[in-house]
Ligand binder design. Structure first.
Ligand SMILES: [Zn+2]
Ligand SMILES: [Zn+2]
Length: 115
C-alpha cells in the first residue's frame, strides 16, 4: 500500500525525474561518511522541486492530516476552513513522500527499479 505512491509517481514523467533526483541525493546523504556540505544543498533543492511539483500538479494526492503527527494535530485544532495553506500543503507533501524516503537507503535499488 505505501508503495502505491511510488507507482503513481512513476507514471508521471516529471515526478519520475524529480523523485529519482531527490532519491539519489537522499541515498548519497545516507552513505557512510557522507559530508553534509556535499549533499545538503542539492538534496534541499531536489526536495523543493519535488514538493513544488506535487503541490501544484498532484494536490489531489496529498494525504489527510495524519493522526500520529503533532504538526498535523496543530492544524486540526486550528479548524482551518477553505483551501489549505502552502505551509500545510508542504507538510502533507512531506508525508506523501514518506514511502519514497523509506526505500532510499544505500544499497537499495528499489527506487531505480520502480521508476
Ligand atoms: Zn508528477
Ligand atoms: Zn503531519
Amino acid at each position: 500500500m505505501p508503495r502505491e505512491i511510488i507507482e503513481r509517481m512513476a507514471a508521471c514523467d516529471d515526478c519520475r525525474t524529480l523523485a529519482v533526483d531527490y532519491g539519489m541525493n537522499l541515498i548519497g546523504s545516507r552513505r557512510h561518511g557522507a559530508k553534509p556540505r556535499d549533499w545538503e544543498l542539492p538534496l534541499t533543492a531536489a526536495g523543493i522541486h519535488l514538493d513544488d511539483h506535487l503541490i501544484t500538479v498532484h494536490s489531489a494526492w496529498l494525504p489527510d492530516r495524519q493522526p500520529n503527527c503533532d504538526v498535523c494535530k496543530l492544524w486540526r485544532e486550528s479548524h482551518t476552513i477553505g483551501p489549505i495553506e502552502e505551509a500545510e500543503a508542504l507538510h502533507r507533501a512531506w508525508h506523501l513522500c514518506e514511502p519514497l524516503r523509506e526505500v532510499c537507503t544505500p544499497g537499495n535499488h528499489e527506487l531505480i527499479h520502480l521508476m
